[in-house]
Design a protein around this ligand. Structure first.
Ligand SMILES: Cc1cc2nc3c(=O)[nH]c(=O)nc-3n(C[C@H](O)[C@H](O)[C@H](O)COP(=O)(O)OP(=O)(O)OC[C@H]3O[C@@H](n4cnc5c(N)ncnc54)[C@H](O)[C@@H]3O)c2cc1C
Length: 384
């Protein structure tokens, strides 16, 4: 039996940030990661805003592989909205390098990180929690559940969507441009994406309710000359946050807590901040022997992201209800309405409710969307 105050299950961005904060505050922390190498296999598009500087990375430049200047969103019939996002400071990350850098910070702060050690058993006792992994057993004060989407799927399989992502080289890839393709038949409730990695390569992925992501990406690439170097299958999280984040000494962070945007499934920033706040509050609670401090984790995260996520969850419900024809009509209403200029100037990658609200305010749009999803629109407007 190994003594330890906190065990973190999952050595990816949110778990490692939690571990770094705990160790920096002098807490005995062990990270157990089921894979053999931190950051591997890489299952992420890596698209983030400059807000990841809030993670306190030693060297952000070392993990950025490309910068994005433009985003184009395509309707099912091929109409497009073009957004000039140069001023939004959007980067594409080497996720492996990001995770390794945070791992190094956590280790230097005193955390013990152990790969190839899957957490398989959990026993809740009144004063401690017993965590069993492949070869070890820990009695600890808290378990940080940073196991990602597999943990979330155990609670709510509807909150995750099947996905696939390829790494591809091709002459048609524009290094400056992220592309999003909406199509309810091929990717119901989600989309196909192209995230440029620079030098004519890109991460091409697709997610949607009940889809086979490989089939969708294969079809997408069938008309584009491409050379594929990597394929992964995964799921993306669209449920919105679980409640509560903390139950019986188990503290959920990142994807395990549903801290990804319900519209885009982006969770590096919001989940990473979740890990940081959780680590800080667990440490303060242990040091001050004051369990009440723990509740500040959920309170602080919700204060930053809660209303945005409720808004986006409703936006997602509306998107789910739209037919391909209705999406085409919305694009026709929005084209030339000034929304492209608004998003280019005032949009925010991490908080896009402002852009959605603006779009709803464009001529004819409110009526068009209200006729399809009256209840959801009412809820969204009541949040603003
Ligand atoms: C295809 C795809 C594209 C994406 N693109 C973007 C994007 O462009 N931008 C963005 O912001 N987000 C994106 N995301 C989401 C982003 O990857 C996640 O939100 C983020 O990685 C969540 O980090 P996490 O630490 O919470 O969980 P994860 O990164 O999922 O890590 C969970 C870790 O726990 C480990 N683990 C699981 N079970 C156990 C166990 N029992 N014991 C020990 N270890 C375990 C896993 O091996 C893994 O290392 C994408 C996701 C996918 C799938």
């Amino acid at each position: 039996m190994t003594p330890s105050s906190v065990v973190v299950a999952g050595g990816s961005v949110s778990g490692l940030l939690a571990a770094r904060e705990l160790a920096s505050n002098g807490i005995d922390v062990t990270v157990l990661e089921e894979d053999e190498e931190i950051g591997t296999p890489e299952k992420c598009g890596g698209l983030v805003s400059s807000r990841i500087s809030e993670f306190g990375l030693v060297d952000v430049a070392k993990v950025v592989i490309n910068k994005v200047k433009k985003a184009i969103i395509y309707s099912p019939s091929g109409a497009s909205l073009e957004l000039d996002v140069g001023r939004h400071n959007i980067s594409v990350l080497d996720r492996r390098a990001l995770d390794k850098q945070i791992c190094s910070q956590a280790s230097k702060a005193g955390a013990s990180v152990i790969p190839l050690e899957r957490v398989v058993k959990l026993e809740r006792h009144p004063d401690f929690i017993k965590v069993g992994s492949r070869t070890k057993t820990f009695n600890c004060d808290f378990l940080v559940d940073a196991r990602g989407r597999t943990s979330l799927a155990e609670r709510d399989s509807n909150g995750v969507l099947p996905a696939a992502q390829y790494e591809v080289e091709g002459p048609w890839i524009d290094d400056d441009t992220v592309e999003v393709y909406l199509n309810q038949k091929e990717t119901p409730g989600f989309f196909t994406w192209v995230i440029p990695m620079g030098n004519g390569s890109a991460r091409i992925g697709a997610a949607g309710i009940g889809i086979n992501g490989f089939k969708v990406v294969d079809k997408f690439l069938s008309t584009r000359r491409s050379s594929i170097s990597k394929k992964i299958a995964s799921t993306v999280v669209v449920s919105g946050p679980i409640t509560p984040f903390i139950k019986d000494r188990v503290v959920a962070v990142g994807d395990a807590a549903g801290q990804t945007k319900p519209t885009t499934a982006g969770g590096i920033y919001t989940g990473g901040i979740g890990g940081m706040i959780a680590g800080q509050k667990i440490a303060e609670s242990l040091i001050g022997d004051n369990p009440a401090i723990l509740s500040l984790y959920e309170k602080d995260w919700m204060a930053r992201f809660g209303s945005e996520f409720v808004f986006l969850k409703n936006a997602r419900r509306i998107i789910r209800l739209l037919t391909d024809n209705q999406i085409d009509n919305i694009f026709m209403s929005l084209k030339g309405s000034g929304i492209e200029e608004f998003v280019s100037e005032d949009g925010d990658f991490d908080f896009h409710s402002k852009s959605i609200l603006k779009a709803l305010g464009m001529k004819g749009m409110g009526r068009l969307v209200s006729s399809i999803a009256k209840k959801e629109i009412k809820t969204m407007l009541s949040l603003t």
